[in-house]
Design a protein around this ligand. Structure first.
Ligand code: G4P
Length: 525
């Protein structure tokens, strides 16, 4: 590709993830987006909930058993001249560290909130990771077709619970059975929930933001109430500030109903206009790498194993940071210096795998891996070595004690354990005094995948004893006194030998903090 062609192709990319609490409507909205992108023709095909659509694919056996998608996939489509890449972030029981790592590979995030429930636990966790990256966050307040909370409350909650300013791009006119439409503050029109008698979907607003007084809706209380709210927002609400939006300090808020496909296209249109194209990436040596650098490079943010049980293959998901990817190209793996030929790449669209020929910065490619890659690895094609910044570590919340079932099979146990931990499938800790193995994860499924893979790939049956949910806090080794350890705060070492306490709960942590006020406890992301 010529430099101008590469620049044009990169500028078209919009790569983002949708973050939400389970059941807020992420799948439903994704389906609507795919409909607009012309990828699917009817809703209900992404996660044919009742038809168990995913069972048709040849992903991990465990995935088949559960009928869910274990790790995130990538959906691609074109909209308004842009190439959209949506990285799926699993929400339900399949929540894992991969969900967090996926957020390292996107340029923006969309936060879907159930307007009856407001901000829920999982949204808060995912938000924290996105916020730390300083990328733009767009909000969709969903389920307007049901009675929900006051829109002003929902906006206030963004500020109170997440610490991000909200700017309402549109405003609901009623909700539930009384939903009449959306007052669009940007396009200066009202989007009707149901077409009016003339079959109109939109009613224009005049310069003062008012309807033509002859319009029947102009005499309705749902309209006059909305005008009051808009006045309040204009006078006392946040001012729109694109710079703040780009840094993730302000979130544009859209209201709508994914199920009835109301407000979704308005959201998509504005999102595509505002969301950034891929930008420069920080490298480990402090340099910044432009996405239009002619030499291909990228980093592995996720490895999915055994997608095809017949081949025992693994797929390394690579976010392209710069340049253009071509099938068959040679790249160097920065960690080892090994040269690899990339002739087997896949791209994901819904649940079918398609071969990709070329892709550019901003795109995700899946590479068949025979054991070369680790999470966080960088690959590059030019002469100059390129190493992307390290991926952050996340604080696990669930813990298990693990031992081999057959003590005679220590060797395969240790090999499997070492490789799976290195791959990032789970995190490993050792108890301070007895050196017992403790596994840590952010989602229960990570343990199940670990157990399954230990048996299937390393022929090692393991016994796992739950320790349950714990609050992990690292402590400065110089401040550590082994007497601090008690039954309520298990003392362990992480894979780098750094000490941390696994507190039974927040109360135990607070008790500790009161008892040792000078000791600094830190959480990872
Ligand atoms: P998730 O991926 O975030 O977990 O949520 P999903 O889209 O699966 O939606 C969760 C439930 O909420 C689904 O209902 C879905 O139909 C419903 N839903 C999504 N968007 C809206 C909306 O705008 N309005 C209303 N009223 N409901 C919405 P379900 O009964 O759990 O699923 P299903 O079996 O009926 O499909």
């Amino acid at each position: 590709m010529k430099p101008q062609e590469l620049k044009a192709a990169v500028d078209k990319r919009r790569t983002f993830a949708i973050i939400s609490h389970p059941d807020a409507g992420k799948t439903t909205i994704t389906e609507q987006l795919l409909l607009f992108g012309g990828v699917i023709r009817e809703a209900g095909t992404v996660k044919g909930r009742k038809s168990n659509h995913f069972a048709k694919s040849d992903w991990m056996a465990i995935e088949k058993q559960r009928g869910i998608s274990v790790t995130s996939s990538v959906l691609q489509f074109q909209y308004a001249g842009k190439q959209i890449n949506i990285l799926d972030t699993p929400g339900h029981e399949d929540f894992s560290e991969d969900t967090y790592r996926t957020l390292m590979a996107v340029d923006a995030a969309v936060m879907v909130i159930d307007s009856a429930k407001g901000i829920e636990a999982q949204t808060k966790k995912l938000f924290k990771v996105v916020k730390q990256r300083g990328i733009p966050i767009f909000t969709f307040m969903n389920k307007l077709d049901r009675d929900g909370r006051e829109p002003l409350d929902l906006i206030a909650e963004l500020e109170d619970l997440l610490g991000i300013e909200g700017y309402a791009m549109n405003w609901p006119m009623g909700m539930g059975k009384g939903l009449a439409g959306l007052y669009d503050r940007v396009d200066h029109r009202i989007e009707l929930y149901r077409e009016n008698e003339a079959g109109e979907k939109y009613l224009p607003l005049d310069q003062d933001g008012k309807l033509n007084p002859r319009e029947p809706l102009a005499n309705d209380s749902v309209y006059t109430d909305t005008l009051d709210s808009i006045e309040l927002l204009n006078d006392a609400g946040n001012q729109f500030d694109l710079k703040k939006v780009m840094k993730g300090d302000q979130t544009p808020v859209f209201f709508g109903s994914a199920l009835t496909n109301f407000g979704v296209e308005t959201f998509l249109k504005h999102f595509v206009e505002m969301a950034p194209a891929p930008g420069p990436h920080k490298l480990r040596d402090g340099r910044e790498l432009s996405p239009t650098d002619p030499n291909f490079s990228g980093f592995v943010f996720k490895i999915q194993a055994n997608m095809n049980p017949n081949h025992r293959d693994r797929i390394a998901f690579v976010r392209i940071g710069a340049g253009e990817f071509d099938r068959g190209m040679d790249v160097t793996l920065a960690r080892t210096g090994k040269v690899l030929r990339l002739n087997n790449s896949t791209e994901f669209m819904a649940d079918t795998r398609e071969q990709v020929q070329t892709a550019v910065a901003g795109d995700i490619v899946g590479l068949y891996d025979t054991g070369n890659f680790q999470i966080g690895d960088s690959i590059y094609a030019g002469k100059d070595p390129v190493e992307y910044e390290k991926l952050p570590q996340f604080t696990p919340e669930l813990f298990m004690r693990v031992t081999p079932k057959n003590v005679m099979k220590q060797k395969s146990f240790h090999k499997g354990m070492q490789q799976l931990v290195q791959e990032g499938a789970v995190q490993l800790y050792r108890t301070y005094t007895t050196n017992d193995y403790i596994l840590g994860a952010v989602g229960q499924l990570q343990f199940e995948v670990f157990k399954f893979r230990m048996q299937n790939e390393y022929n090692s049956e393991v016994v796992m004893t739950p320790i349950g949910s714990r609050v992990a806090r690292w402590i400065d080794p110089d401040q550590l006194d082994e007497k601090m350890s008690s039954s309520r705060n298990l003392l362990v070492k992480d894979s780098q030998g750094l000490p941390l306490f696994l507190f039974e709960n927040q109360y135990a942590e607070r008790w500790f903090a009161d008892k040792y006020p000078d000791v600094k406890l830190t959480a990872k992301l």
